[in-house]
Ligand binder design. Structure first.
Ligand SMILES: [Fe+2]
Length: 331
């Protein structure tokens, strides 16, 4: 019994050096005294320095304008990513050729997704060409601060209407304490009623005000009254943004064939949406322990291992959606 307890503590201690973020799940990360002494902010500063260095190593593959724009705003927006003919084929695959549909529900929002493994991409030639595009890949890798293959999904966010307050993604939040990447290539025009992605411009930067805010939040830690915040995805009210010198909310009402790549350690949310609307995209994510000092290389065994972990994670956190075609008609 005592042995188990010691082993559990060892795991919690080791988690300090990983992407673990939950104040609630890990009593060391959530320890008020340790956070008063700076545990959370020290992790945050070290993770930022390391991921900054990893981006610097990968930066030569993208233009200086993209690097500068990303550093200032926390996101990149690329219009007309694919040539029209290829984009049309991609749209067709995104609308009709999901290898499977899984879903999860948050408040009034149902998120449907299919993780596109290498095996599945063989059946999706246009999607495969998007994933193989060196220019897209270099941008994704730069923001992710690692050279592993990013993880592509088909993603449809469906808005049912009602219970707005219960969708945690509709409040401004930071996904985690370290820089991380999420990206969407929209397969249809995103109009204001479809709940467009919103990003607080510049909230990717670690200013003194942001650091003090993080410090105060970490002291509350486990007792933060929002469940997701206590698990390490901190929430901020819209009227609090100005106190951190953050004044501009960018709303991505964008035409089809636009790619948005964001550092989701910056504040972001899903915009308000009308009932029975949806938005369809190819979604990419990528994560690596922020304390690994170098970007992992694009090495096939690493890619395969990461793919397996992501597939397991998707399996664990979503449910199969057996009647996709009937459901789709209602969105
Ligand atoms: Fe998020």
């Amino acid at each position: 019994m005592r042995k188990n307890r010691v082993a559990q503590y060892m795991v919690w201690v080791m988690e300090i050096f990983t992407e673990a973020k939950s104040f609630e799940a890990n009593p060391i990360l959530g320890n008020r005294l340790l956070n008063r002494l700076g545990l959370h902010v020290i992790r945050l500063i070290i993770a930022r320095l390391i991921t900054g260095f990893r981006r610097w190593i990968l930066g030569w593959k993208i233009s200086s304008a993209h690097r500068r724009g990303f550093r200032q705003k926390g996101y990149l927006r690329i219009d007309n990513v694919l040539p029209p003919e290829l984009f049309k084929r991609l749209q067709d695959e995104g609308e009709h050729s999901w290898p499977e549909v899984r879903e999860f529900i948050q408040g009034d929002t149902t998120t449907q997704l299919a993780f596109l493994t290498q095996a599945r991409l063989k059946q999706l030639p246009a999607t495969s060409m998007l994933c193989d595009s060196a220019s897209v890949r270099n941008l994704l890798n730069y923001v992710a601060s690692n050279a592993l293959r990013p993880w592509p999904h088909f993603l449809r966010v469906c808005n049912r209407g009602g219970e707005m307050i219960n969708d945690p993604q509709k409040h401004f939040h930071s996904d985690t304490f370290h820089p991380t990447m999420k990206a969407w290539l929209f397969l249809e025009d995103v109009t204001a009623d479809k709940g467009p992605f919103q990003y607080v411009q510049g909230s990717n930067r670690l200013t003194l005000k942001r650091l003090l805010w993080e410090y105060r939040q970490s002291i509350q830690g486990r007792s933060l009254n929002e469940r997701y915040a206590a698990r390490g995805s901190l929430r901020i009210a819209e009227n609090e943004l100005a106190s951190l010198n953050l004044f501009h909310i960018q709303t991505f009402n964008v035409p089809a064939n636009t790619l948005i790549i964001a550092d989701t350690s910056g504040f972001h949310r899903r915009g308000e949406a009308a009932a029975d609307t949806s938005r369809l995209s190819v979604y990419f994510s990528s994560r690596l322990n922020p304390f690994v000092p170098f970007p992992l290389p694009d090495f096939e065994p690493f890619n395969r291992f990461a793919e397996k972990l992501v597939a397991e994670h998707v399996e664990k956190t979503t449910l199969p959606q057996a009647h996709y075609s009937q459901n789709k008609q209602s969105f």
